[in-house]
Design a protein around this ligand. Structure first.
Ligand SMILES: *Cc1c(COP(=O)(O)O)cnc(C)c1O
Length: 402
């Protein structure tokens, strides 16, 4: 790479001498983008099939987002939460509209997914109970509270002891939920599709059972739509496909189209009343810049029909992957444009590396699964570039052995 990529090599050297090593060595040094394409500092072009981890909903350099952010930056970037602004109020109203939340629901804005989860944890604490039920395989973020809900041992262990009271139940196991949800349960927190866990969808029956059991026990059902929300799975929110209305919902990732913003949505007056004035806060949360970005994202998803497109493009991808009939590809799971192509061997890291050399950005979400979470504006022709390349990438990957 050194000879052909002088700027990349030089910048990665500087990166490693100046940034904390928690992310390892970055794969690319990116410079600009357009739609689903991005270019690195050495002028090489890549098809971005990961979308900044389900964040860049409108793709890169979308004129609606660029215009909204530029205009708002020239007006007001920040006002503090002593004050509010038109974009903040409008975005809250829009979010309540698309979640289908009942009268008396409300939005708390923050800056990331983990912060939205922290808000949900504090909401749950206000029920007066301390038990939280999460799922094995769950990912809810890296702050210490969110980490207590995240399941992966490697993420947790170096930071223990974490917040007590959290139990992780086998994913999809209704009987285990029935056993565990009780008078000490403050909340059950679930992703409709486990994203970091490998793009593993919940059976709609499982989500409905969680809804029923929490309601019976007087506990909150918190649905983490940070990765699945904002149109990605072919509806505004994935839990809507199961017909489940939660007590609280966490949002981030796609909401700002790349501008940092998170949100906690409380459903109905009783849940909303749990957090009173002074009990929670944030300096940057709900600033006019990120809210203007959120409004541009929601407006554009609507005006460009991107939810229906996510559904259709996801089905197209699924059909094309299955039609490959390649025995090294065991299936494709997920919904809309949040997908994992599953492999018969532990080849995903090698496929990802060869994909990058071929100009495709992929994510090895598990050793045998490749995640795709492209911008919602990705075209079926662009998805075909990946499907057509996959057998060759698998040839290259399997030559190296698993
Ligand atoms: C990414 C993610 C988070 C954490 O979001 P951050 O913005 O990285 O803090 C939480 N929950 C789910 C489901 C996620 O995918």
């Amino acid at each position: 790479m050194t000879a052909q990529a002088p700027h990349t090599e030089e910048l990665l050297g500087r990166y490693e001498r100046s940034l904390l090593g928690v992310f390892g060595r970055p794969q690319l040094v990116l410079d600009h983008g357009d739609g689903a394409w991005v270019w690195d500092v050495d002028g090489r072009r890549y098809l971005d099939l990961v979308g900044g981890l389900a964040v860049s909903a409108l793709g890169h350099n979308h004129p609606a987002l660029v215009t909204a952010v530029s205009k708002q930056a020239g007006q007001l970037v920040h006002v503090s939460n002593f004050f509010t602004s038109v974009p903040q109020v409008e975005l809250a109203e829009r979010i309540l509209g698309i979640t289908g939340a009942p009268e008396g629901s409300a939005v708390f804005f923050c800056n990331s997914g983990a912060e939205a989860i922290e808000g949900a944890v504090k909401l749950a604490r206000r029920t007066g109970r301390t038990g939280i039920i999460a799922a094995e395989g769950a990912f809810h973020g890296r702050t210490t509270g969110a980490l207590a809900l995240t399941h992966k041992q490697a993420f947790r262990e170096p930071f223990e002891p974490l917040m007590p009271g959290v139990v992780h139940l086998p994913w999809g196991d209704v009987a285990a939920l029935e056993q565990a949800v009780g008078p000490d349960t403050s909340a059950v927190v679930l992703e409709p599709i486990q994203g970091e866990g490998g793009v593993v969808p919940a059976d709609p029956e499982y989500l409905r059972a969680a809804r029923r059991l929490t309601a019976e026990a007087g506990a909150l059902l918190v649905v983490d739509e940070i990765q699945t929300g904002i149109g990605r799975t072919g509806s505004w929110f994935a839990c809507q496909q199961a017909g489940v209305v939660p007590d609280a919902m966490t949002l981030a990732k796609g909401l700002g189209g790349g501008v940092p913003i998170g949100a906690l949505v409380t459903f109905g007056p009783e849940v909303t009343a749990l957090l009173a004035a002074g009990q929670h806060g944030t300096t940057f949360g709900g600033n006019p810049l990120s809210c203007a970005a959120g409004l541009a994202v929601l407006d554009t998803i609507e005006s460009e029909g991107l939810i229906a497109h996510a559904r259709a493009a996801g089905e197209h991808l699924e059909r094309r992957v299955r039609d490959l009939g390649d025995p090294r590809v065991t299936g494709i799971r997920g919904a809309g444009l949040l997908r994992a192509v599953t492999l018969a061997g532990e080849w995903s890291a090698a496929v990802t590396a060869h994909g990058r050399d071929a100009g495709l950005i992929l994510n090895p979400v598990a050793s045998d699964a490749i995640r795709l979470a492209p911008p919602l504006v990705v075209t079926t022709d662009q998805l075909d570039l990946f499907v057509d390349a996959l057998p060759g990438l698998l040839d290259a990957a399997t030559e190296e052995g698993p």
